[in-house]
Design a protein around this ligand. Structure first.
Ligand SMILES: Nc1ncnc2c1ncn2[C@@H]1O[C@H](COP(=O)(O)OP(=O)(O)OP(=O)(O)O)[C@@H](O)[C@H]1O
Ligand SMILES: [Mg+2]
Length: 267
């Protein structure tokens, strides 16, 4: 069972929060595939503000740069140009402590990447102990609390292979939350799941959003985006073609690119 702590009234305090994450002129390219080929510019001067407590949903076609954007925020990719700040601190400053930043920004991918030889709770405590230098006892307490949060307290000593895909993904979310990050990034976290397991993960994300967790997520689930997003941003060719509340971007898009993307999705 997923038991949300009493929701902070959505749409009031959290959405009126201060800017937590800010991107200005973020540019990212990758080398061309063949020698002599120009670099592939994947993010073209992206500006984005995410306020504390907001849930921002990124939509866009395959290759539009959604995953790259999340990876740049988490410093898994180095940007070519621009500035990213979290809580006013410039993440893109080469002097930042990357491990410290990653403890403040959790990320979850489509594939859950749990260690099969470790118990569920040990999977969740690994990074806090090894990377962030927390004591084993403290990390275990935090891990059990997060497993409770994702509805898996009774699976703490199980091995990942004994869990369903949906449960494994919830463990991966607990692992991303264990350092109590300021921001949670979720890259298509339900795409690899069997359809009957998608709901439990979306329910958890909805509960986290209701709790006021600041999140940016990529998804193709438009129904879910409409329900949970404070802001929907449509990425097209590395630029934000349209951004606004779901009632605008999903239901009444002004941009031609967004209209075309949505009609293809519905077709
Ligand atoms: N490590 C990399 N090296 C070279 N090119 C890359 C790399 N990562 C991404 N790209 C390219 O950047 C572009 C954007 O990729 P990205 O994975 O961000 O798209 P996406 O919007 O997440 O797509 P999808 O919906 O398929 O997941 C693509 O053209 C991709 O080939
Ligand atoms: Mg992607």
């Amino acid at each position: 069972m997923i038991t949300p702590t009493p929701p902070a009234a959505r749409g009031t305090a959290p959405t009126a929060g201060d800017v937590l994450l800010s991107l200005r002129g973020v540019r990212k390219s990758f080398p061309g595939r063949h020698r002599g080929e120009p670099r592939n510019l994947v993010l073209r001067d992206v500006d984005l503000d995410v306020r504390a407590g907001q849930c921002v949903v990124l939509i866009g076609g395959s290759g539009s740069g959604k995953s790259t954007l999340l990876r740049c925020i988490n410093l898994l990719e180095t940007i070519d140009d621009g500035v990213i700040t979290l809580d006013g601190q410039e993440l893109t400053d080469p002097r930042v402590d990357v491990d410290d930043i990653r403890s403040r920004i959790g990320i979850v991918f489509q594939s859950y990447n749990l260690f099969p030889h470790l118990s569920v709770v040990d999977n969740v405590t690994l990074a806090p102990v090894r990377v962030h230098g927390r004591s084993k006892a403290e990390a275990r307490t935090a891990a059990l609390e997060m497993l409770e949060r994702v509805g898996l307290a009774d699976k703490a000593t199980a091995r990942p292979d004994d869990l369903s895909g949906g449960q494994q993904q919830r463990v991966a979310i607990a692992r991303a939350l264990v350092n109590r990050p300021r921001l949670l990034l979720l890259d298509e976290v339900t795409s690899a799941l069997d359809p009957e397991l998608v709901g439990e993960v979306l329910d958890l994300l909805r509960a986290l959003a209701d709790d006021g967790m600041t999140m940016i997520l990529n998804t193709h689930e438009m129904g879910f985006a409409r329900q949970v997003a404070d802001v929907v941003a449509h990425l097209h060719g590395g630029v934000i073609a349209e951004i606004g509340p779901p009632s605008q971007v999903i239901d009444a898009p002004a941009s031609e690119e967004t209209r075309r993307f949505l009609s293809r999705l519905h077709a």
